[in-house]
Design a protein around this ligand. Structure first.
Ligand code: COA
Length: 429
C-alpha cells in the first residue's frame, strides 16, 4: 500500500526526512526541521503571492480552475444563478445549508430590518468631495461603522459576530447607495422595507420624486443574479485581506474595510471598471487588432481576461453573458458589446492568449450590464463589494472557529545589509 508521505533528501547534508501528506498538501512547518546545523533556522517555503500555498481549510467555496467549476457549499453556481436569490445564497454561504421557507423568511426579515444607518453617517459622507471615488468613500464609511458599534470588538462572542454580520450585509447597499447619491448631488433615499434586497438597493440609488419606487423586474433580477455570482470566490485577494486583517482580532467593520480596499485594485474588483474604460478607449472594432498587438507586446493587459485560478472559461462570465442579453432587451444594446464580443473572439483564437490559458473572467461582461443599467463606471467595484460582503464574513466566521488559525504573519527572506555602524552626517558621501 502506498504511504501518504513525502521523502525529502537534503543534498547539503545527505539527511533524509519523511513528512506527512494530507489533503494533497504538506505542512510548511514540517520543513523547518530540515537544517544544516544548529545555527540554521530551517527550510522555509518562498511563495510570493501565495500561488501554491493553502492558507486555510475551508468548506465554503469550491473552484476547479482547469474545468471551470464554481460551487458554493457544493451547489453549482449555474443552479444557484438560475434558481436562487441573493439573500437565499447568502444564507447558504453563511450557514452551510439552504434555508427552509421559515428560515428564509426570518433571515429576510432580519436583513431587511437592519438596512438603516445612523444619521451621522450621512454627515460623514457629506464631507467627501463631489468627485470622490465611491470605493474610497465605501472603504472609509465601512471602517467608520466600527465606531457606531463598539460592541463589535467582542469578536469571541458568537452572538456578537452574528449580529455584526447581519448588520454589515444589510447596510452595505445603504452605504453604497448613499455614496452614489452624494456624487450625483441627490438627497439620500432611505431604505424601503417592502422591497427585495436588490429592489431596495435600486430604490435607494434611483428614487427621485415618486412616492414609491418600482424597479424593472428584469433589471432587479439581473442585479440579483450578478450578486449571486459575486458572493464568494474562496481565497481571492480581498478575502485574504479579510482573513489576514481579521486574524489580528480587530472588529469585522475594520476587517471588511480592508477587504473593500483590496477589492478596489484594478487587478481585482476594479477590473470591471478597467474593462469599460478599455472598451471605450478602443472605441471601434477596427482598432482591436492594434490593441491586441500592444497587449502582446507587453504594453498593458487585456482587462477582464485571465485569472489566477481559472485556466478555462470563468463559469460566471458565461452566466453574465446570458444575463446581458436579458438586460439589453430592456435597456437597449450597449454599443460597447460589439467591441467586447469581437475582442473576445480574436483573443480566444490568438496563440498568445491560448498558450497562457487566458479566458474572459467575471469582469469582462459585468461592466457592460452595469453601464446599460445606468451606473457610472466608478460604481462598478462597489457593485462587487456589496455581494462579496457575505463571502468575506463567512470566511471570517470560518476562521474564527478554526483552532489552527493564528494571527497571519508571513516570513521573509532577508537580503539586506548585515549589521553595520551608524555613519555620522559629515562622513556620508
Ligand atoms: N492580458 C494580457 N496578458 C495577460 C493577462 C491579460 N489580462 N493576464 C495575464 N497575462 C499574461 C502575463 O503577462 C503573463 O505572461 P508571461 O508569462 O509572458 O509573462 C501570463 O499571462 C501569466 O500572468 P500572471 O500575471 O502571472 O497571472 P496571475 O495569475 O498573476 O494574474 C490576473 C491573474 C487576474 C491578475 C491577470 O490575469 C490580470 O491582470 N488580468 C487582468 C485584470 C483582471 O481582469 N482582473 C480580474 C480578475 S477576476
Amino acid at each position: 500500500m502506498s504511504k501518504e508521505t513525502l521523502t525529502i533528501t537534503d543534498n547539503r547534508t545527505g539527511k533524509t526526512y519523511e513528512v506527512a501528506i494530507k489533503d494533497g498538501t504538506i505542512k510548511a512547518m514540517d520543513l523547518r526541521q530540515i537544517t544544516t546545523g544548529e545555527d540554521d533556522f530551517g527550510i522555509m517555503c518562498y511563495d510570493p503571492a501565495f500561488t501554491n500555498t493553502a492558507s486555510c481549510k475551508s468548506k465554503i467555496t469550491f473552484i476547479d480552475g482547469d474545468k471551470g467549476i464554481l460551487r458554493y457549499r457544493g451547489y453549482p453556481i449555474e443552479q444557484l444563478a438560475e434558481k436562487s436569490t441573493y439573500l437565499e445564497t447568502a444564507y447558504l454561504i453563511l450557514n452551510g445549508e439552504l434555508p427552509t421557507q421559515s428560515q428564509l423568511n426570518d433571515w429576510t426579515h432580519t436583513i431587511t430590518n437592519h438596512t438603516m444607518t445612523h444619521e451621522n453617517i450621512k454627515k460623514f459622507i457629506d464631507g467627501f468631495r463631489y468627485d470622490a471615488h465611491p470605493m474610497g468613500m465605501l472603504i472609509s464609511v465601512v471602517g467608520a461603522l466600527s465606531t457606531f458599534y463598539p460592541a463589535a470588538k467582542n469578536i469571541n462572542d458568537a452572538k456578537v459576530r452574528r449580529q455584526e454580520t447581519e448588520r454589515l450585509i444589510a447596510k452595505m447597499p445603504t452605504l453604497a447607495a448613499f455614496c452614489y447619491r452624494h456624487i450625483m448631488g441627490f438627497p439620500f433615499a432611505y431604505p424601503d422595507n417592502d422591497l427585495s434586497y436588490t429592489g431596495n438597493f435600486l430604490n435607494m440609488l434611483f428614487k427621485m420624486t415618486e412616492l414609491k419606487y418600482k424597479s424593472n423586474p428584469v433589471l432587479e433580477r439581473a442585479l440579483d443574479v450578478l450578486f449571486i455570482l459575486h458572493a464568494d470566490h474562496e481565497q481571492n485577494c480581498s478575502t485574504n485581506a479579510m482573513r489576514s486583517v481579521g486574524s489580528s482580532q480587530v472588529d469585522p467593520y475594520s476587517a471588511v474595510a480592508a477587504a473593500v480596499a483590496a477589492l478596489y485594485g484594478p487587478l481585482h474588483g476594479g477590473a470591471n471598471e478597467a474593462v469599460l474604460r478599455m472598451l471605450t478607449e478602443i472605441g471601434s472594432k477596427h482598432n482591436i487588432p492594434d490593441f491586441i498587438e500592444k497587449v502582446k507586446g507587453g504594453s498593458g493587459r487585456l482587462m477582464g481576461f485571465g485569472h489566477r485560478v481559472y485556466k478555462n472559461y470563468d463559469p460566471r462570465a458565461r452566466i453574465i453573458k446570458e444575463t446581458a442579453d436579458q438586460v439589453f432587451e430592456v435597456t437597449g444594446r450597449n454599443p460597447l458589446l460589439d467591441i467586447a464580443l469581437e475582442l473576445e473572439k480574436i483573443a480566444l483564437e490568438d496563440e498568445y492568449f491560448i498558450k497562457r490559458k487566458l479566458y474572459p473572467n467575471v469582469d469582462f461582461y459585468s461592466g457592460l450590464i452595469y453601464q446599460a443599467m445606468g451606473f457610472p463606471v466608478d460604481m462598478f467595484p462597489v457593485l462587487f463589494a456589496i455581494p462579496r460582503t457575505v463571502g468575506w464574513l463567512a470566511q471570517w466566521e470560518e476562521m474564527m472557529q478554526d483552532s489552527e488559525q493564528k494571527i497571519a504573519r508571513p516570513r521573509q527572506i532577508y537580503l539586506g545589509y548585515d549589521e553595520r555602524d551608524y555613519v555620522a552626517m559629515e562622513s556620508r558621501s
